[in-house]
Write a protein that binds this ligand. Sequence first.
Ligand SMILES: C[S@@+](CC[C@H](N)C(=O)[O-])C[C@H]1O[C@@H](n2cnc3c(N)ncnc32)[C@H](O)[C@@H]1O
Length: 410
Amino acid sequence: MRKQKRNRTGFSHKPRREQPADALVEVTIERILPGGAGLAHADGRTLLVELAAPGDRAFVRIKRVQGRVAFASIAEIISPSPVRVTPLCPYFGLCGGCDFQQLSYEAQLAAKVEIIRDCLRRIAQIEFTGEIPITASPNIWQYRSRAQWQHDPQKKHLGYFERASHRVCDVAACPVLVPSLQETLESLRGQMNESLLPEEATEIQAVAGADGASLAPPVPGHPTREVSRRIGKHHYRFSAEGFFQINHELLEPLIAAAVSDARGETAIDLYCGVGLFTLPLAHRFTRVLGVEANAAAISYARRNLEGALLDNAVFEINRVGDWLAENSERLAPVDFVLLDPPRAGAEDGAIEGILALQPRHISYVSCDPATLARDLKILAARGYRLDSIAAFDMFPQTHHVETVAHLKTE
Ligand SMILES: C[S@@+](CC[C@H](N)C(=O)[O-])C[C@H]1O[C@@H](n2cnc3c(N)ncnc32)[C@H](O)[C@@H]1O
């Protein structure tokens, strides 16, 4: 096979249309963008380079071109960034789970703050000049208490999807899992090797509490059982059937930041899950309403409230958009709205519904700075000022970041 000749001059001496899709281009990574890719420029084209570090000088291979944007991967590092480190995990690069292991932890934190600021500026069109503090994770490995494992019974593979693929990357050990989930993964692998893992269990949700793991669907020896975890003064019960946050060591500061100094008559907790924020809010407000679409989560939320000897919160099983459409006008004005939607952000109509509640103070907890910024843009245009914004590194070794934004009426 003929060895491909490297284009050491990059795009600059070739007309763009002649650039073969797999040509090598020499670039310098400028910074990390939302989504986690490194930004580079060559021949008037923007390159998004995966698994890069800011300051890397590298030959990159273009994998796909879309308009003026080319998607690339590093073929050879010419001179590494000073913040580049050797990834710990042998599956890094193949597994779709982590995309920041090439960065020192300080550089991961800096990139996440930059990602949030970039989304505020470009998507929300908010020039936030204040500081965006980021709280580091106490554990940067073995922190992950929730996982979604993929199982390919034909190939006998168990792990995560490979990057940008639906092939299952067979992962024997995952260094970001808490030890009890690593043990569970090993136990499932043993069952798979003996053909005891049900073939229909192709995707397995796993969560860990202080008292072990819960799996959905259940597999032999690993039921969908109730587990629990104490966060501050509250004891939360949950299972693999509903959501509970990934990084338990950061939950006390996350709750403190989300609830902040809020007090008053009525608080609304949208996308409340098993009541992580509802319980602390119930100590500060006369009444709290929690809304969540997952019935299993709401049943735990009710038991968690009872366990905390609180009786001033009410939970509704409903989609947030539908619930707001039915109830906002009746309840307005309220003192405080906390929302913690999934990665897609508030669903259609939800921001309008929140505006109809006329809250004095909104606390937006988000795991995606881009959808957060999209929603903040609407709130800012309707008279809400971004009072503060803080980040929490709930997901070390990945580009993901948790953000808490407080908005108040002008
Ligand atoms: C990011 S989690 C937050 C849960 C909770 N606040 C916590 O911190 O544990 C988002 C929650 O929204 C729920 N959810 C997703 N879409 C929803 C919708 N359209 N309406 C209501 N709840 C929804 C999910 O079931 C999940 O519990």
